[in-house]
Design a protein around this ligand. Structure first.
Ligand code: SF4
Length: 235
């Protein structure tokens, strides 16, 4: 409770700060393409992959094919070549082919706007399904949690969880629904630029005074370091 009371303040500060950060690749693709199919495919490409690589791989793939029918005509090798070097590019190329085949055969070439049905596709997990529902179909009531959205609220002291799946569950209980849509976008930007996985930039953080990690880890470490320097100077 101590830290969750800061949620409205932190959300408002991070939303204001967000224009100064680079827009995440998936957000850009969703805004530009306004196509659930591309949101789905780019989200699969983005798993375990840097943003800049996702953006380039998506651009190369969509230059060759824009729809399930066009994409299914590409060989797995052609897809592999287009999306390399995204993480697990061989498996992802195979999954993309399978997804396109299923979309054509069972869904009239349309991505189903049903969270549970999306989860039945191989290679689609909760994060991807939530992203497609939120940014592909503009549906409310979905909370897409990736590794940044899992790590940052844990550092802020809002939740105490071990996996993104548990974070989704825990955040849904404490985060007012009005924040759900923008949450992924804002926290991915913030996690990529300030609250980085290794070496968070706490000294430059606009929400440090509301942060558990800052108070309980960063400041004590800094004061130990200062004492160490001072004792060295006195010798
Ligand atoms: S103070 Fe540090 S740990 Fe806390 S949110 Fe900011 S960057 Fe992350």
């Amino acid at each position: 409770m101590q830290y969750t009371k800061n949620i409205p303040r932190v959300m408002s500060i991070l939303k204001k700060e967000s224009p100064r950060f680079v827009t995440p690749a998936l957000t850009k693709i969703s805004e530009q393409a306004k196509d659930p199919f591309k949101v789905l495919i780019s989200c699969i490409l983005s798993l375990r992959t840097k943003d800049v690589v996702t953006a380039e791989a998506s651009r190369r793939l969509y230059a060759m094919a824009n729809t399930p029918e066009e994409m299914v005509r590409l060989s797995t090798k052609q897809i592999e070549k287009a999306i390399y070097p995204v993480g697990f590019y061989r498996t992802k190329a195979k999954r993309i082919k399978e997804i396109c085949q299923r979309l054509i055969k069972e869904f009239n070439s349309k991505v189903p706007d049903d969270f549970d049905v999306l989860l039945t596709f191989k290679g689609v997990g909760r994060k991807t399904a939530n992203i497609v529902m939120t940014y592909g179909f503009s549906k409310s009531g979905y909370l897409a949690i990736d590794i940044h959205c899992h790590r940052v609220p844990n550092r802020l002291g809002w939740i105490k969880t071990k996996t993104p799946e548990h974070s989704e569950e825990a955040l849904k209980k404490i985060l007012p629904k009005k924040y759900w849509r923008d949450f992924n976008n804002i926290f991915v930007q913030f996690g990529q630029n300030i609250c980085r996985p290794v070496g968070p930039r706490c000294g430059a953080c606009p929400v440090s005074k509301y942060c558990k990690y800052y108070k309980e880890v960063y400041l004590p470490k800094k004061s130990v370091f200062r004492e160490h320097i001072n004792s060295g100077l006195k010798k």
